[in-house]
Design a protein around this ligand. Structure first.
Ligand code: NDP
Length: 492
């Protein structure tokens, strides 16, 4: 960063092989937050080769589980030691508020603590084959060389969901953060060095998806690709990986319903609908962007939402007074603006927002006001397509069955919320929804110990929880005969 080498390949910190760099822009004011090395495809191939050698010939895959777990705990300690520095770096890079960035670092820490514990839990299984001379064991082994590709909205958090289980399992890896937001991942790589991750076990190459991402995925030298990002990129990676029959886990987008019944507790419902969609200016894969509300309370509820949305303080994430920050880039804001125009032209009723803030102090940043569209229906693209911005659409229902149909009417299936004071109905609806996470009378929470991932086009595979570790393991059956005798098959 800023002259220091930023690529970590084969245990060495290096500049890009062609000397290329990239300016990282602070989305709150358009200033240059840092200049970082931009890897080439050759650098990416070097990183894969280093990870391959470390897996095939190195000691890491065979390192005792207790040592791996201790390393994960040391990483967690260092994350907490550097929490303030990492949080402010994340805010400068992504624009999110410092409060959110601090929560991210705590969440990242908890993921390392969780996998430190889980790594030590004996997962092997003895199978009774009905013969006392046979010992039949099913054991788990590291899957091998992993490529870890993360998006820009939660750079360190998304990367840590991959790195922690990969290290716990005994894998080696190449990490590629988004070219837009690499700063915390670079700082994190230094921290892994300090914690004692052996050389070449963790390699870092930031650079463009088209060059570096493609070089990391189009190779037979990789055993597993874990990708978080958009559907088009996920599809490209899956197609590329299929050529090499490489295992892939995809965490993709979402268009997440938040269903509010008339008997929902009103104050918390308004609060959670707002937080669910406008946190981090809506740049959250699980954002509750579709409010699906019972007709009888809809008008009053939407009026209250609008009044509260207009009070949300949009500003620089470093300013403690700001409640939400900017969009990540000028390019992304242009995409959000186009989406809003699309909603207007489809006939959705814009009831608040739909513009940049007019505060001159925010003119150089990529800010956009919290925006609500009423009178929406599921034929509209503003309802079906992911915007990844601060946009809430409102649809209405009259029956429980209709609410479920609307909630499931999406090609995605990442997350959903349900609000009702009728517990039997709550249970019926959460079970009927086809989404990877469903919150009942809450929204947005997760824990390192529970699986995260999507149904439908929200991807395949799971992160976090025990399954998040299994993704990084191969399963081997060992059949041992303690009293070998001839098979007696071919008698001649
Ligand atoms: P992208 O799909 O554009 O990019 C994600 C990552 O893939 C980036 O590191 C990108 O690099 C890289 N990439 C791009 N092209 C290729 C390629 N051909 N081969 C390999 N890698 C490539 O997504 P965004 O960064 O725009 O993130 C937003 C998306 O991520 C949204 O759809 C969101 O819903 C989803 N997401 C899903 C989450 C989940 O848990 N399901 C969580 C967070 C986000 P570069 O940036 O350098 O181009």
């Amino acid at each position: 960063m800023n002259g220091e080498p930023d690529l970590c390949i084969g245990g060495q910190w290096r500049h890009a092989s062609d000397g290329g760099t990239r300016e990282i822009v602070n989305p709150a004011n358009g200033s240059i937050a840092a200049v970082v090395d931009e890897a080439t495809a050759d650098d990416a191939r070097d990183a894969v080769a280093a990870a391959r050698a470390a897996f095939d010939d190195g000691a890491w895959p065979g390192t005792p589980v207790a040592e791996r777990a201790a390393l994960l705990d040391r990483i967690a300690d260092l994350l907490q030691r550097d929490k303030e520095d990492l949080a402010s770096l994340e805010t400068r890079d992504t624009g999110k508020t410092l409060v959110e960035s601090r929560i991210d670092i705590d969440d990242v820490t908890s993921v390392f603590r969780y996998y430190a514990k889980l790594a030590g839990v004996e997962a092997d299984r003895i199978v009774d084959v009905g013969d006392p001379t046979i010992i039949s064991r099913v054991v788990r082994e590291p899957i091998g060389v992993c490529v870890l590709i993360a998006p820009w909205n939660y750079p360190l958090l998304q990367m840590s969901w991959k790195v922690a289980p990969a290290l716990a399992a005994g894998c080696t890896m190449v990490a590629k953060p988004s070219e837009v937001t690499p700063l915390t991942t670079i700082a994190f790589a230094h921290l892994l060095d300090e914690a004692g991750v052996p050389p070449s076990v963790f390699n870092l190459v930031q650079g463009s998806g088209a060059a570096v991402g493609a070089a990391l995925t189009d190779t037979a030298a990789v055993d597993f690709i874990s990708f978080t990002g958009g559907v088009p990129t996920g599809r490209t990676i899956a197609e590329t990986a299929a050529k090499h029959v490489t295992k892939v886990a995809l965490e993709l987008g979402g268009k997440n319903p938040h269903i509010v019944f008339a008997d929902a507790e009103p104050e918390s419902a308004v609060d959670h609908v707002l937080t669910g969609v406008f946190l981090h200016s809506g740049q959250v894969c699980s954002a509750g962007t579709r409010l699906i509300i019972e007709e009888s309370i809809a008008d009053d509820f939407v009026a209250e939402l609008v009044a509260r949305a207009e009070k949300i303080r949009v500003g620089d994430g470093m300013d403690p007074a700001s409640e939400t920050g900017p969009l990540v880039s000028a390019q992304h804001r242009a995409k959000v603006e186009a989406h809003v125009q699309q909603g207007i032209s489809e006939g959705a009723k814009l009831v608040t927002g739909g513009a940049r803030p007019n505060d001159p102090a925010l003119a150089d940043g990529f800010f956009y006001l919290p925006t609500i569209f009423d009178q929406c229906d599921r034929s509209m693209r503003i309802v079906s397509e992911e915007t990844f911005g601060p946009i809430l659409t409102v649809e209405r229902f009259t029956t429980e069955a209709e609410a479920i149909t609307l909630g499931n009417d999406t090609e995605y299936g990442l997350a959903a919320g349900v609000r009702t004071s009728d517990s039997a109905r709550g249970e019926r609806v959460v079970r009927a929804l086809r989404h990877g996470t469903v919150w009942l009378n809450d929204f947005g929470y997760y824990t390192a110990a529970a699986e995260w991932g999507g149904f439908g086009k929200s991807g395949n595979g799971r992160e976090l929880g025990p399954t998040g570790l299994t993704e990084y393991q191969e399963i081997k059956h060992i059949w041992q005969n303690t009293s070998p005798q001839g098979a007696g098959w071919f008698k001649g």
